[in-house]
Ligand binder design. Structure first.
Ligand SMILES: CCCCCCCCCCCC(=O)SCCNC(=O)CCNC(=O)[C@H](O)C(C)(C)COP(=O)(O)OP(=O)(O)OC[C@H]1O[C@@H](n2cnc3c(N)ncnc32)[C@H](O)[C@@H]1OP(=O)(O)O
Length: 233
């Protein structure tokens, strides 16, 4: 069965499978858009890197593997410590251009009774995927993000997320993520592929609240400022 995805597309069924590749856990077989094994919408920029895409290069100043990445903005819904309604996703630099993260589903995150709302899970994936950009030291915003919901995620679960940048082409940064229940080796609950687009700081000052961006840029926590704003074209 092909899974419905954002934007009304359906994933192409892989011949000889039930829509997933072989494996004990059907969730293991999700075919990444980045692999090119699925189709992108005609006429819409998709999630398959173009032929001129290259591998991502970890920035020399990126935090060492295992280092917490902290929040890029205190009021960020995904990672901000000062955001009472937020997810409080905690992320850590991984090897290469990868990030791991943890997110614990709270009662405020329910959709069905006792289960995480799908949009909340997408937010946790988006946050984790976005954190990868810091290892490239790129400011980027989500252009497109497609998610497979593989298993329900009960309230109280800690979701262990892992995201990896797979390719870069010009301003486009291609990444994939997976979220597992209870431990880094737990059953897969969600998967996502995304493309982020690099932007300049003006993206936020022109479209958001310039005064708050200025305040964020003068935060005494230099690391936080670097995470949010450092650009190395
Ligand atoms: C205190 C503050 C802290 C600052 C903290 C900084 C980190 C913030 C992180 C927060 C993350 C978020 O929540 S982001 C929030 C959700 N996302 C957004 O709000 C983004 C809204 N969209 C936009 O603003 C815009 O559409 C952009 C910036 C994505 C693209 O517009 P643009 O700059 O004019 O670029 P454009 O020429 O159209 O496209 C450039 C290239 O990207 C491709 N491209 C463009 N859109 C897409 C797309 N949806 N899917 C695939 N590919 C796309 C194009 O085909 C093109 O490829 P080619 O021709 O080059 O091949």
């Amino acid at each position: 069965m092909s899974a419905p995805v954002k934007g009304g597309e359906r994933r192409r069924k892989i011949p000889g499978t039930n829509g997933h590749t072989a494996g004990k856990d059907p969730a293991e077989g999700r075919v990444s858009r980045v692999s090119g094994a699925t189709t992108d919408s005609p006429g819409r920029p998709g999630l398959t890197p173009p032929p001129d895409a290259g591998p991502p290069v970890r920035h020399p100043a990126a935090p060492a593997p295992g280092e917490p990445l902290g929040a890029h903005y205190d009021l960020c819904f995904g990672c901000g410590g000062g955001q009472p309604h937020g997810l409080h996703v905690r992320s850590y630099a991984g090897e290469g251009v990868t990030v791991t993260a943890e997110f614990t589903v709270q009662p405020a995150h329910q959709g069905a009774p006792g289960l995480a709302h799908g949009g909340i899970l997408v937010s946790a994936l988006d946050e984790t995927l976005g954190s990868v950009n810091w290892l490239l030291q790129a400011i980027a915003v989500t252009g497109r993000l497609e998610t497979d919901f593989v298993r329900p995620v009960p309230v109280g679960t800690t979701l262990h997320l892992r995201a990896e940048c797979t390719a870069v082409a010009g301003r486009k940064i291609y990444s994939s993520a997976v979220g597992r229940i209870g431990s880094p080796d737990g059953p897969v609950a969600v998967r996502a592929d995304a493309v982020f687009i690099r932007v300049k700081v003006e993206h936020f000052t022109k479209n958001g609240r310039p005064d708050e961006v200025k305040v964020a840029m003068t935060d005494p926590d230099a690391r936080k400022v670097a995470r949010a704003f450092e650009v190395n074209p």
